[in-house]
Write a protein that binds this ligand. Sequence first.
Ligand code: ADP
Ligand code: MG
Length: 421
Amino acid sequence: MSLTNTELHTSLKKIFGFSKFKGLQENVIQNVLEGNDTFVIMPTGGGKSLCYQLPAIMKEGAAIVISPLIALMKNQVDAIRGISEEPGIAHVLNSSLTKTEVKQVKEDMTNGLTKLLYVAPESLTKEENIEFLRSVTISFVAVDEAHCISEWGHDFRPEYRNLKGIINRLGDDIPIVGLTATATPKVQEDIIKNLGMTDAKVFKASFNRPNLFYEVRPKTQNVDADIIRYVKQNQGKSGIIYCLSRKRVEELAQVLQVNGISAVPYHAGFDAKTRSKYQDMFLMEEVDVVVATIAFGMGIDKPDVRFVIHHDIPKSIESYYQETGRAGRDGGEGHCLAFYAYKDVEKLEKFMSGKPVAEQEIGNALLQEIVAYAETSISRRKFILHYFGEEFDEKDGEGADMDDNARNPKPKEEAMEEVVK
Ligand code: ADP
Ligand code: MG
């Protein structure tokens, strides 16, 4: 199946109400419509969902969408139903469905009403589901958050490992669309190998965020005072402060409050009600600052976050990129400030020491990269993008002057000393 540009734009407008494609979407969608394997690498918020949703709706049969999080699947199904008059157009298939619900899903699938079937990987391993899916027409399989396949990614899920075998059982030559926001070459290799996508056409968007300013400051005993000063200088702006431990989250939130800053804590130790209360307070701008562990942020879309501070260095450059990526979504200023002390790295190493050796090796390698980032005297943007396999021109690239090293280059001798070290 192949469509003219006009036909594709008409469908985009009619189905989703958007007047133009974002970035590489149009090329990706053409490739999916043609029935080819497709690999999409775009930063979070880049618009990956549309890359499979639109072709799924236009093609014959149903697309199977594999996604790791039940909550995210539910959101997407609700969103698709919201733009259609046919509630059966999208379904989730998982173990929480009642018998009646499962019957409805199967009926809609069999009648060709369903265009998108969201499935968690563990539901896809169930023999009765495989049997059923073999009996219907499948347009393609989309593997969202495909980095879950790789131990080098930030969210490895063993269930993702066996997907290829299952997909093979669903039918002959079903096209695969892999999608991820993880741009590291290692993770990409793993995905391609694991899903057997060596012939896939790869679409990779730039990961450069030119409106974000990157800065690293040494972390001293006075880090709390440094953070208070920073937040006070930026009063009224929304910001996230990440800490490694729950204890530190609560302490720092309190210290900020005592100093007249409106802040709430957030970590996975609070019950769901408390978490959503604090999250809403931040989203509704009842408070300026949320002090949080990495439990905060997934799926949160506050466009005007003006700063992301790391009280502790994160475990990898990729985590750092994801967490800082929550700043400046609206294209406005976004300050990414990390406080760095080598002893925090040792803490992270200690955390890992109880884990299996292979995991430790990977963890330590990732940690060395973030240490190198913190200690570098070259353009931080260049450093991050290089990590993602992307060339960046530190003289003329977009956002070239947007980091501490670019603004205040170290004298040559000092920079050389560092290189030698
Ligand atoms: P990703 O999965 O890459 O993180 P999403 O698919 O969740 O990104 O899309 C991010 C946002 O961009 C969503 O709010 C979506 O509605 C919006 N979006 C996607 N494509 C377009 C488009 N062509 N025009 C306008 N908005 C779009
Ligand atoms: Mg997505």
